[in-house]
Design a protein around this ligand. Structure first.
Ligand code: T4K
Length: 390
C-alpha cells in the first residue's frame, strides 16, 4: 500500500507545463530575471493584492535577504515554534534571536509577552504566521511603532490569506512567503518578499544577485538567490489553479473538523474570525488523550499514514542552539510542540482517506490487516505482527 504522506505537491498537467517552458528552448534564457520571472512577479503582485513583490529561489534565502535589506542589528524577537529556517535566518545575519512564547489558541507570538522582551538592543520582530494562522498584526504594529522596531513576518505558510479583506502580504515592513514543493502554492523551490517601502526593491534585487549594482559595481556582499525560469514557469501554471486547490483543501479541512471536533483530549486550532484561510496545515494537539502524540504518530505510521511533528523540537532546543537557549523560557511553545501532530493535507486527499485517518485516531486500534491470527497450543489465539505490505 502506498503511504499517505503529510502532503503532496500540487502540479499542473504535464502538457500545461511543457507548453509553458517550450519558449525557453527558443530563447535559451534560463535564469537571471527572465520573461517568466517578470510575468510571475507581476501576477503575484496582482494575486496577493500588494504593491511590492520580489521573487527568490526559496523562502529561506528570501528571509535572509529581507533581514539584510532592513539593516537589522543586535536582537530580534521571534518565536521558537517554527521551522529551523526562521531562527537560522536571524543567526546567519549575525543577529541574536530572542524567543517570545506563543499563545495557546493559534500558536502565533503571544503579544502579551512581547514588550517585556524588548531591550535597547532590539531592532525588529519576526513573528510567524504558523500553519497559516495570522498573528495579532494590529497589536504587533502598535508595539513596533511604540519602540521604533521593524517587523518582518515569516509568512511561509500564509500564501493568499486575507484578514478582513486585506492581503496578508501588506502587514509589517516586509513578509516572506515560501513556494516550496510542500506549500499551498509552489514553484518547485521558491519564495518571495513583499515589502512596504518601494525603495527596498532595488536593495533586495541587488542582494539576491551577488550585490551587483551596475556593470562595474558591486555595492553589497550579496548572495545568489534568484528564481530561475523553470521555477517561475511552474509558478505561472500553478497560479492558474490556485483557487481550485484551496477550495479542495478547504473540503479536506472541513471533513477533519467534522470528524474530530468535540472529542475529549483532541484540540483543534481555533478558527480565526475575519481570516480567509488557505488551509495549509491541519495541526491537532493531543492533551491527556487515550494515546499521547508519539503513540498516535506511530499508530498512524503502522497504518501507512505519515503525519509529521511540525514543529517539534522547538528551534530554541535544536542541536545547533542547545546550549544557547532554553526552551523552558517558552513554556506554551514547549507544551504544544510536545503534543502536536500535523495530519495529511493536500488538495487531492480523498475524503474517505480523511475519514479513515480520523477513525484510526478515534479508535486507537492497531492495523488489523497486518496481524496474523494464529491459534496457540491452548486453543487460544495470539496475534503476531507480520508485514504484508512493504
Ligand atoms: N519558515 C517556515 C515557517 C517554514 O515552514 C519554512 C519551510 C521556511 C521558513 C523556509 O522556506 P523554504 O526555504 O523551504 O521555501 C518541509 C519543507 O522543505 C519546508 O519548505 C517547510 N517549511 C517545512 C515545514 O516542511 P520537510 O523536511 O519536512 O520536507 P519533506 O521533504 O520531508 O517533505 C514532506 C512531505 O511533502 C513528503 O513526505 C512528501 C511531500 N513532498 C515533498 C517534496 C520534497 C512532495 O509531495 N513533493 C516534494 O517534492 O520540510
Amino acid at each position: 500500500m502506498k503511504p499517505i504522506q503529510v502532503t503532496r505537491s500540487s502540479m499542473p498537467a504535464f502538457e500545461e507545463y511543457m507548453e509553458e517552458i517550450k519558449v525557453l528552448w527558443e530563447s535559451h534564457w534560463l535564469t537571471n530575471m527572465g520573461e517568466k520571472h517578470k510575468l510571475l512577479e507581476a501576477e503575484l503582485t496582482h494575486y496577493l493584492n500588494t504593491p511590492n513583490v520580489t521573487l527568490f529561489t526559496n523562502g529561506h534565502t528570501a528571509l535572509e535577504c529581507a533581514i539584510a535589506a532592513l539593516n537589522l542589528t543586535g536582537e530580534v524577537i521571534t518565536t521558537p515554534f517554527t521551522f529551523a529556517s526562521t531562527t537560522h535566518a536571524i543567526v546567519r545575519n549575525g543577529l541574536k534571536p530572542v524567543f517570545c512564547d506563543i499563545n495557546e489558541n493559534d500558536y502565533t507570538l503571544d503579544v502579551n509577552k512581547l514588550e517585556m522582551l524588548i531591550t535597547d538592543q532590539t531592532s525588529a520582530i519576526i513573528p510567524v504566521h504558523v500553519y497559516g494562522n495570522i498573528c495579532n498584526v494590529n497589536e504587533i504594529e502598535r508595539i513596533a511603532k511604540k519602540f521604533n522596531l521593524k517587523v518582518i513576518y515569516d509568512a511561509a505558510h500564509a500564501f493568499g490569506i486575507t484578514v478582513n479583506g486585506e492581503g496578508v502580504a501588506n502587514f509589517g515592513d516586509a513578509s516572506m512567503f515560501s513556494f516550496h514543493a510542500t506549500k499551498v502554492f509552489n514553484t518547485i523551490e521558491g519564495g518571495a518578499v513583499t515589502f512596504r517601502n518601494p525603495n527596498l526593491r532595488k536593495v533586495l534585487n541587488d542582494l539576491k544577485n551577488f550585490g551587483i549594482t551596475g556593470p562595474e559595481s558591486v555595492e553589497y556582499v550579496g548572495g545568489n538567490a534568484k528564481m530561475n525560469e523553470f521555477q517561475a514557469a511552474m509558478g505561472i501554471c500553478n497560479l492558474r489553479h490556485i483557487d481550485d486547490e484551496i477550495m479542495k483543501r478547504k473540503a479536506v479541512v472541513r471533513r477533519y473538523r467534522e470528524n474530530l471536533s468535540g472529542i475529549k483530549g483532541i484540540k483543534l486550532c481555533q478558527i480565526q474570525l475575519g481570516v480567509k484561510s488557505n488551509n495549509s496545515y491541519f495541526p491537532v494537539v493531543f492533551e491527556d488523550y487515550k494515546l499521547n502524540r508519539d503513540e498516535i504518530y506511530e499508530l498512524l505510521k503502522e497504518h501507512h499514514i505519515i503525519a509529521r511533528k511540525y514543529f517539534y523540537p522547538l528551534t530554541n532546543s535544536i542541536d545547533c542552539y542547545k546550549d544557547r537557549f532554553n526552551s523552558n523560557d517558552t513554556p506554551v511553545a514547549k507544551y504544544i510542540a510536545e503534543r502536536v501532530l500535523t495530519l495529511p493535507l493536500y488538495a487531492d486527499l480523498a475524503l474517505e482517506d480523511v475519514d479513515r485517518i480520523c477513525e484510526i485516531i478515534i479508535e486507537c486500534q492497531p492495523n488489523k490487516k497486518e496481524y496474523l491470527i494464529i491459534p496457540n497450543e491452548l486453543g487460544r489465539t495470539v496475534s503476531n505482527k507480520i508485514i504484508i505490505n512493504s
